[in-house]
Every structure is written in structure tokens, then in C-alpha cells.
Write a protein that binds this ligand. Structure first.
Ligand SMILES: Cc1cc2nc3c(=O)[nH]c(=O)nc-3n(C[C@H](O)[C@H](O)[C@H](O)COP(=O)(O)OP(=O)(O)OC[C@H]3O[C@@H](n4cnc5c(N)ncnc54)[C@H](O)[C@@H]3O)c2cc1C
Length: 130
């Protein structure tokens, strides 16, 4: 019953969660079980449609950066610089993408913060060459 087509129908408890009711949406069957905690893994959707720049994104809208850009044949034709893109650099030189919105991200706070710090150094490297 707890496999597919199931949703959490109800959380039950006095001062804290004590039970959850799971409902099978195909059969309507419901089962209440003891539960001390409920962890929500809802996935993520990048909100990148608003970006007017023609940056490369994967099929889900996450922004491609660094060596991953070479997966696209078009990228090889359009990248004009002698160097490869820096890590975290998008297909537009000097524009970087970090954190969850980046394709292949680790989806952790520490990595998002670390990538932000890396990006500052990479921006300086980029500025030194223009
Ligand atoms: C339920 C849940 C639990 C998690 N638990 C953990 C955990 O235990 N440990 C851990 O390390 N990581 C955890 N994560 C992952 C962690 O939250 C992310 O990896 C991290 O927050 C990514 O940071 P970010 O800055 O890239 O993105 P975000 O934290 O998502 O920040 C992006 C910000 O940009 C804003 N924004 C979006 N579009 C625009 C726009 N057009 N203009 C202006 N602002 C905009 C958003 O409102 C948001 O504030 C969890 C994530 C979820 C969803």
C-alpha cells in the first residue's frame, strides 16, 4: 500500500506528530500508522524562464556550466574564447551560475555557499582577462 499512488492524507497528534494516515489514491484505501516525524522530499523546479540571456539549460531548466557545456555540439560552435569555460561559468563568458539552479548541483547549503565563494574568485579571473 505504501508504494506508488499514495499520499499523506492526515497528520495526527496532540502536541507533536504521532501518526500519519496514508491514502492510496487509486483504491481509496487508508491506513494510519505511528510516526514521530515526517520528511518532505518534493523535488525542485528551477525558475529560470525569466532569464532573457540565451544561456544553455538542461531539459528541466537547470543552467549548464563548465565542462558540462561541451555536451552540446552548438556550444563548441559558439564558444569564441581560446580557453575552456571556467567551472561554474555559463556559455556566456563572465556569467556564472551557482547553487541549486545549476545543472549537476549537489543540492546542499554548504555546496551552494562554497560555489558562491568560488564564483567570486572566478569573476576576478575573468575580469583580469578583459
Ligand atoms: C525541504 C528541503 C530540505 C532541505 N534540507 C537540507 C539540509 O538538511 N541540508 C542541506 O545542506 N541542504 C538542504 N536542502 C537544500 C538546500 O536548501 C539548498 O541546497 C540550498 O538552499 C541552495 O541554496 P541556493 O542559494 O542555491 O538556492 P535557494 O536557497 O533556493 O535560494 C534562491 C533564492 O532566490 C530567490 N529567487 C528565485 N528567483 C528569483 C528572482 N527571479 N528574483 C529574485 N530572487 C529570486 C528565491 O526566492 C530564493 O530565496 C533542503 C532543501 C529543501 C527544499
Amino acid at each position: 500500500m505504501y508504494n506508488y499512488n499514495s499520499v499523506v492524507a492526515e497528520g495526527i497528534g496532540k502536541n507533536r506528530l504521532e501518526c500519519i494516515t496514508i491514502k492510496n489514491i487509486e483504491t481509496g484505501e487508508q491506513k494510519t500508522s505511528e510516526a514521530g516525524a515526517l520528511f518532505i522530499f518534493i523535488g525542485a523546479r528551477p525558475v529560470t524562464d525569466w532569464i532573457k540571456l540565451n544561456i544553455y539549460k538542461d531539459s528541466k531548466g537547470f543552467i549548464e556550466t563548465g565542462r558540462d557545456l561541451f555536451k552540446s555540439e552548438n556550444f563548441k560552435k559558439t564558444w569564441k574564447l581560446d580557453r575552456d569555460p571556467y567551472p561554474l561559468e555559463t556559455c556566456i563568458p563572465g556569467i556564472f551560475s551557482v547553487g541549486d539552479v545549476r545543472a549537476g548541483a549537489m543540492n546542499r547549503v554548504a555546496s551552494a555557499v562554497g560555489e558562491g565563494a568560488m564564483a567570486i574568485k572566478l569573476v576576478h579571473e575573468y575580469l583580469a582577462e578583459v
